[in-house]
Ligand binder design. Sequence first.
Ligand SMILES: NC(=O)c1ccc[n+]([C@@H]2O[C@H](COP(=O)([O-])OP(=O)(O)OC[C@H]3O[C@@H](n4cnc5c(N)ncnc54)[C@H](OP(=O)(O)O)[C@@H]3O)[C@@H](O)[C@H]2O)c1
Length: 372
Amino acid sequence: MKAILCTYHGIPETLTYSDIDDPVLEEKEVLIQVKACAVNFPDVLLIQDKYQFKPPLPFSPGGEVSGVIEKVGSGVKHLKEGQRVLALCGWGGFAEKVKVTSDRVFPIPPQMDYMTAASTLYTFGTAYHALKDRAKIQSGETLLVLGASGGVGLAAVELGKVLGATVIAAASTAEKLAVCKEKGADHLINYESEDLKERIKILTDGKGVDVVLDVVGGKYAEPSLRGMAWKGRYLVVGFAAGDIPKLPFNLALLKGCDVMGIFWGRFSTEEPKQNQQNIMDLVGMIQSGKIRQHIHKVYSLEESPQALRDMMDRKVVGKAMVVVEGKEASPSTGSGTKQCEMRISSIKMQISRAMKRNLPKWAKEFIEVWKI
Ligand SMILES: NC(=O)c1ccc[n+]([C@@H]2O[C@H](COP(=O)([O-])OP(=O)(O)OC[C@H]3O[C@@H](n4cnc5c(N)ncnc54)[C@H](OP(=O)(O)O)[C@@H]3O)[C@@H](O)[C@H]2O)c1
């Protein structure tokens, strides 16, 4: 099979597009034919050996995939060949096939396309866990999102609005902030050209923000902590800027605030039931149109090192995706969205016409399963 390989740690340009053997399946694993794979920041860190997990070399990056099950291990009872699934593989997803432990594989609803399935959990899952389970954000509270146009950031902007917060989006360019505005942000701060702490003060009438969701770290952390309201919650999610900030503890005392670590991957294994519930909530929000992934660009498998390069260079807005087989996995992107919506509406019209005639049993079942 074809795969992008990291044979030694380094920058995306050192990755190779290679022919390798299919993975050998263990008892509790399933083999997935990959249709789509999300590009996430940990992929950039993994190939440079800067992440907390250290896959043995050689490996393929790509931690979040969707696709079709090709084979199941002898010890797997709840999944079957041919099933459409998403999987949290950690790495191995930039390939035609990936093997994944069965408890990290989830069936996807028939209405959900592969692109949506592969791009939801890391970003929306993390942001939802942070805002709902950790900050327990309340309607009417103010949320500041740092790195607001990135994968997790944009998900937090959208979910912040769904949860009833006033959202302040902070990012580095006017173009990125424009996308945050489209996703519902109430206020915008360009943290490269404006004084972050002063702008927070002005936008909140001196009260400060109730919740900060920080995926960036670096130089933006301290002014954000200084701009917090009494009993605020500072959510430490990531350090995209590279520098892990060191904060003066007296600020937490003065603000009576909580500094909370967010580790969605660990949460998903430590609290699987709560995580399942969150996933169901998110699927519901996707199906009702409350949230929708913003796809920046779709790359082929061969082009996936470029996707990592674009992410490192802060060029990605929302999500970059790798599609492994043709473009069928991508009905929710750019102009394809319109075509897909038109196709769905045409199918619905045809079915509604057919409903007026006598339908065979199989067709009625089809309509029932697809909820159309
Ligand atoms: N704790 C968890 O459970 C968890 C889960 C998922 C992700 N994460 C972490 O969260 C962080 C963000 O992930 P993501 O997928 O949202 O990444 P992303 O899409 O690349 O977004 C990161 C944002 O950070 C900003 N940024 C500032 N300095 C940067 C730099 N030197 N390089 C790259 N970006 C920089 C960029 O926006 P501007 O250009 O506007 O500044 C960018 O939009 C990563 O550190 C990731 O490891 C943590």
